[in-house]
Design a protein around this ligand. Structure first.
Ligand code: SF4
Length: 178
């Protein structure tokens, strides 16, 4: 079984901005988050990392509650203006690399790990969904919102700044472990 101290040791090797450990029972799973995915996100129904492929909110919650604790963390990137998506979105890749590496390291020592990350998976040029299985299930991290998790609430409970200023992009991930 991996300890929080060991995860801190692993995470300390990466450019993490803020982190904390939350009890999974304190996370808020909301049908409203799922409704926003469905009605406002262009990636809904286009990726294995998004609903409906991730299952119902109840199924996602059940998957998460198998774990007692979740490691939540952010990385940040500086941009001229976060409203400029052409500059903001490419900074996500560096966060995803950090997320994948930490997940991989924790997986080697934990009994089980579930990683949820930022936004829809864009690892392949074209997602196989829904015609064929995910090409890289070991790499693919579902989007946090795809599980119905209220990220702003989790950030507040973890005392993590979800928004810093108009020149700082904050990327947020969660790693459930046991
Ligand atoms: S790894 Fe590829 S196939 Fe799997 S969800 Fe991501 S883009 Fe789709």
């Amino acid at each position: 079984m991996i300890t929080k101290e060991r995860i801190e040791e692993i995470a300390g090797k990466y450019p993490i901005c803020q982190y904390d450990f939350l009890k999974t029972k304190d996370l808020v799973f909301s049908e409203q988050v799922r409704y926003i995915c469905k009605t406002e996100c262009p990636r809904y129904g286009k990726s294995w990392s998004c609903p409906p492929a991730t299952g119902t909110v109840a199924q996602c919650k059940e998957r998460c509650l198998k774990f007692e604790h979740v490691f939540v963390f952010t990385t940040v990137a500086e941009v001229e203006d976060i409203a400029n998506m052409d500059h903001t979105l490419p900074t996500r890749q560096a966060h995803e690399e950090v997320m994948r590496s930490i997940c991989q390291e924790i997986s080697k020592e934990a009994q089980e790990v579930l990683g949820l990350s930022t936004d829809s998976c864009d690892f392949c040029k074209r997602c196989t969904y829904p015609d064929a299985p995910c090409r890289h299930p070991e790499i693919m991290k579902p989007c946090i919102e795809s599980y119905g998790i209220l990220v702003t609430d989790a950030a507040e409970k973890a005392q993590i700044d979800f928004f810093c200023d108009s020149q700082t992009v904050t990327w947020f991930s969660m790693i459930f472990f046991r």
